[in-house]
Design a protein around this ligand. Structure first.
Ligand code: ADP
Ligand code: MG
Length: 724
């Protein structure tokens, strides 16, 4: 059997694949939030006073009255069982980017041997999964492994349907026996409270008497790749690392831009419909779908929601994408850079803050120059990004996202703010004390009578900025596709809380010195521009000039790798930020540094081991087989007096030898264990290990280009990206 037999079989199967037939989409009304225990469902099943009490907690953020838990638990169980659920799970979000759940049956055996279904308030409110299996960054030893989950009333419970049955899922927080947050939800909720408190004070100073709770909103655009499962299963790198460690670039990549927003392939469209139907049932408002820049790459974006719910929904969306892909014969890759040389995947986190009384606090309206409320909140963000840029970089630092950041496609690893021409001008006027107006929205006459005039926004978009203002929100574009959005949201909310607190205090002192509020605001905003205006940048974030200017003239930090970024979590200013806002204690912050750096080191080590084993057990044998065919042909031809040049055989032998030499270097490199610190270990992975992996890859990719295709065992980029 030739070595490419597997690939040929895979192609045959894909070509003959009958896509699951498209379903007639059910009406949205019929399925929307069908599997969610919504406020409406609670109202229909709970006694009035209990419903009122729980609604207060959910809608206005008031403290939860735990005495209602029994009644809610019973109603929830009855509803879930009516949907076929026999199990329930406390769902939580450990410090990795994953979702964790522990399933338990409703079943309870009575003393007389009868089985009844039981689900008490106590069980709803608190659970105890085996805490020792989740990373804690040194907060607990495994011998003191207790960890508790606690009901998050503000994120609705839901029934998850899978082929194995239905489960009632209850969103929860996860904390240690000593009360430290072991998850991403506790700090997210705390960051919202901190931001609410600071925003409240500022809004009061701006003259508002009626101020509802301020929350942050998030709409996350998710990019992903689909690869046929027949190919993916033949690539150990895709299966274990989520990305290709080898692979020659195809002759045609994305240069024609013909995939972006192109027609969605039929099989993919059926998959998307299936995903959307499940999401709608879960109350997740999937709204946008399209092809992305790279062949085989797609995007799904929901309508934005309150940050905590959006974050839970985002995790559910990733799970649904992965599961559903399998059903359709695909593997869904959420990795940030599955294919070298082809655009990677990000997750644009659209973020704004607002409340029920003042609306979206980041909405500039038509004349931002006299919208002081907007200017204050926008100024607060500018200050935050400048002061805590390295923290934002750390919040998106993973081994896999490092492949995007700083490359020529994704936002750079330097944090800056894009405001657009209109706002940039307004803030420049504030700084030079000449505030007098702002550009208006324009109208575009397309010169063709039958076409309508289009409105033109006052500012353009910028695709090269890591953090861009886009009309009424900021878009954090540098977030990685596989990441939980909680980390970035925690950072954004916390730095905003810090800035608003600072602004509140500054306004107060200006007021008590006799200034009126308008004058006080302008003084404080000018101060922000003087101290932090350097972070505003409207040019090409990918350009060499910016990299140079940002660092040399503006004093911004360029942190290309996770190894460079994570140590900032240990700096005093960041420790203080989290401590004084009450979002993370120093111990909790330290544990995050430990967990994230360990994950970084581990994922690079796993990849390095894979490079070694694939090179030795898959690539080398392929090279040798081709060589032996070539050499026996050369020998038999020479018996006939015909000379076949030995050059190619020599070249392949040289490449195979060089590859093995690099593999040996990598093998000894990963043996090293004596590191003075975690920081040093990370730098070693970012530098020595990664460059040796690249060295092996270079030889392998040239071999792929030289060797007879029928000897090449791995599905190629061309096949994986273009055959659907
Ligand atoms: P684009 O690709 O042009 O940036 P999309 O429509 O794909 O835009 O996604 C924009 C995302 O931003 C959506 O999830 C949308 O709901 C969200 N969004 C819109 N307004 C806000 C807002 N005020 N706060 C947070 N997110 C928002
Ligand atoms: Mg976007």
């Amino acid at each position: 059997m030739s070595k490419n037999e597997g690939r040929i079989q895979a192609i045959k199967q894909i070509v003959n694949h009958k896509p699951l037939p498209p379903k007639t989409p059910p009406s949205l009304d019929a399925i929307w939030a069908e599997n969610v225990f919504t406020l409406n469902k609670m109202q229909a099943t709970l006694p009035k006073h209990i419903f009122k009490s729980i609604k207060k907690t959910i809608v206005s953020g008031e403290a939860i009255d735990i005495s209602i838990a029994d009644a809610v638990a019973t109603a929830m169980r009855d509803w879930a069982m009516s949907k076929g659920a026999l199990y329930y799970a406390h769902v939580f979000y450990p410090m990795t980017n994953s979702t964790a759940e522990k399933h338990d049956g409703f079943i309870s055996i009575q003393p007389d041997g009868r089985a009844i279904s039981e689900f008490s308030g106590k069980i709803l409110v608190q659970g105890e999964p085996d805490g020792s299996s989740f990373p804690n960054g040194g907060i607990r030893g495994t011998f003191e492994a207790r960890g508790y989950t606690g009901w998050d009333v503000t994120s609705p419970a839901y029934v998850m349907e899978t082929d194995n049955g239905a489960t009632l899922c209850i969103p929860t927080v996860f904390v240690s026996w000593t009360g430290e947050a072991l998850d991403k939800k506790v700090p997210l909720l705390r960051s919202i409270s901190a931001m609410d408190k600071a925003a409240n004070k500022v809004l009061g100073l701006l003259g508002h008497n009626d101020v509802a709770r301020v929350n942050s909103s998030c709409g996350a655009e998710q990019e992903y790749f689909l690869v046929d499962a027949n190919f993916a299963t033949q690539r150990p790198d895709l299966l274990l690392a989520g990305r290709t460690l080898f692979g020659k670039a195809p002759a045609k990549g994305q240069q024609f831009d013909d995939h972006y927003f192109g027609a969605i392939p039929e099989r993919v469209q059926v998959f998307m419909q299936d995903v959307e139907e499940q999401l709608y049932k879960l109350g997740i408002p999937a709204k946008t779908r399209h092809n992305e820049v790279a062949p085989g790459q797609f995007e799904i974006a929901p309508f934005f929601e309150a940050a905590n719910v959006a974050s839970d929904h985002q995790q559910m969306m990733m799970t649904t994408l992965r599961h559903t892909a399998k059903k359709h014969g695909f593997v869904c890759l959420l990795h940030e850079k599955p294919f070298a040389g082809i655009n990677g995947s990000g997750k644009h986190v659209n973020w704004s803050v607002g409340n029920a009384t003042q609306g979206n606090l980041l909405d500039p309206g038509d004349s931002p120059h006299d919208n002081t409320q907007f200017l204050v909140f926008c100024g607060a963000v500018i200050r935050g990004v400048h002061k805590y840029g390295p923290l934002m970089r750390a919040a998106i630092a993973t081994a896999s996202n490092d492949h995007r950041l700083g490359a020529n496609e994704a936002p750079p690893a330097i944090m800056s703010v894009y405001l657009g021409t209109q706002l940039e001008e307004v803030f420049e006027q504030i700084q030079s004390e000449t505030l007098n107006g702002s550009q208006k929205k324009g109208v575009m006459d397309l010169g063709v009578a039958v076409l309508p005039d289009l409105t033109k926004d006052a500012g353009d978009r910028n695709r090269t900025s890591p953090f861009a203002f886009t009309g009424n929100r900021f878009e954090f574009r540098a977030v990685g596709s596989a990441q939980s959005v909680s980390g970035p949201l925690i950072v954004l909310n916390t730095m905003l809380a810090d800035s608003l607190t600072w602004i509140g205090n500054r306004l107060e002192s200006e007021l008590s010195a006799g200034a009126d509020i308008s004058k006080a605001i302008l003084t404080v905003l000018k101060e922000i521009m003087d101290d932090h205006g350097a972070v505003i940048f409207g040019g090409d974030g990918y350009s060499e000039q910016w990299h140079k200017m940002a660092v040399e003239e503006r004093g911004l930090l360029n942190l290309p790798t996770t190894a460079d970024a994570l140590p900032y979590l240990k700096t005093e200013s960041i420790r203080d930020l989290f401590d004084k806002t009450g979002v993370l204690t120093p111990v909790e912050l330290e544990s995050r540094f430990e967990v994230y750096s360990e994950q970084y080191v581990l994922s690079i080590e796993v990849e390095a081991k894979l490079v070694i084993s694939m090179a030795k057990t898959i690539i080398y044998p392929a090279a040798v087989e081709y060589l032996s065919q070539l050499c026996s042909t050369i020998t038999s031809l020479s018996g006939l007096g015909i000379t076949l040049e030995k050059g190619i055989a020599q070249k392949i032998a040289d490449l195979a030898n060089s590859m093995i030499a690099s593999v040996s270097k990598l093998e000894s490199a990963i043996e090293k264990e004596d590191f003075a610190s975690t920081e040093e270990h990370m730098q070693y992975c970012a530098g020595t290990i990664r460059s040796l992996m690249d060295e092996v890859r270079e030889y392998v990719d040239v071999l792929e280009a030289e060797i007879d295709d029928s000897c090449w065992p791995l599905p190629s980029y061309q096949e994986m990206l273009f055959i659907k």
